[in-house]
Design a protein. Structure first.
Length: 294
């Protein structure tokens, strides 16, 4: 892809995302989101999804224009891949887990927010060869501080080539949902922290009637899916699988009218959209003005 084409793609994103003016975050809020960037690599061959510098610039433009300040990211190959993206996000910082082989999870954030790593949460990798650990960070903006785990739960995909592998994938994701519910409950019961956020690619959605896998989280009264009911940007007849789940305390700060999905697939030609990701960036906002309760 030529430099001229890359420039055109970025221009299209700017035009679609409010005329190249970054979506403003109201004073007194923090915008938190999640984005599976689909095999974001470091540029060293072999690449699962080859990209050029202009593609990283387009991804960065999308992130900036979304208004997000703290972004859970999934499918990041390594630190080099993350830094290649951050090169187009001046002032932003990033933290990356180590528990996902070639598809790690992490977080990137603007200078408006403080985030520090807690570490990888390996119990979530129920099969270390096939699953990814969670990654936990502690963040703060204003009077709001929260503990956040970034996740990428087991998929049921074409790589599960037999019925047995498909059944195993479903059961592993079900186990992971149970582990997440127990983790949230443990933090709430045995620490002073009351604000918990779990964000990432859940590879399923709440409310599924046939073969549900997120039941443990849905039934846990201490947490809530704030993104329930959102539809996929790949197919609006399907439910979205990228979610933000929060504790009761954090849910009180949630601004439902500010929830949004940045559908780059509706903004760009198919080929250009494919080079960004097969997922869409999801963003929500929280009120940071009420006094911290923990």
């Amino acid at each position: 892809m030529t430099t001229r084409t890359h420039t055109f793609i970025v221009w299209l994103l700017c035009a679609a995302l409010i005329g190249c003016a970054t979506k403003s975050v109201p004073t007194g809020t923090v915008a938190i989101g999640t984005f599976n960037i689909e095999w974001l690599g470091d540029g060293v061959e072999p690449e699962q999804k080859p990209r050029q510098d202009g593609d990283y610039a387009a991804i960065a433009q999308l992130i900036r224009e979304s208004g997000v300040e703290v972004l859970a990211v999934e499918e990041i190959e390594n630190d080099s891949a993350l830094h290649r993206l951050l090169a187009y996000l001046p002032g932003w910082r990033g933290l990356l887990g180590r528990g996902g082989h070639r598809q790690n999870v992490g977080v990137i954030f603007k200078p408006t927010v403080e985030c520090e790593p807690i570490g990888d949460y390996y119990p979530l990798a129920v099969d270390p060869e096939r699953n990814r650990a969670g990654f936990v960070v502690r963040c703060r903006k204003g009077a709001f501080d929260w503990l956040m785990m970034v996740v990428h739960l087991k998929s049921s995909s074409r790589y599960d080539s037999t019925e047995e592998l498909r059944r195993r994938a479903i059961e592993q994701r079900r186990q992971q949902a149970t582990i997440l519910a127990r983790w949230a409950d443990s933090v709430l019961q045995h620490s002073t922290e009351k604000d918990i956020i779990i964000a990432g690619d859940f590879n399923d959605y709440p409310g599924r009637s046939r073969i549900p896998t997120l039941t443990a989280l849905e039934r846990d009264t201490s947490v809530t899916f704030l993104t329930a009911g959102m539809t996929s940007c790949l197919d609006h007849r399907r439910n979205a699988i990228d979610h933000i789940v929060v504790s009761t305390s954090a849910a009180r700060r949630w601004l439902p009218e500010r929830r949004r999905m940045i559908d780059h697939r509706a903004m760009l030609p198919d080929r250009a959209a494919d080079r960004i990701s097969d997922h869409c960036l999801v963003v929500g906002e929280f009120n940071i003005e009420p006094p911290d309760n923990d």
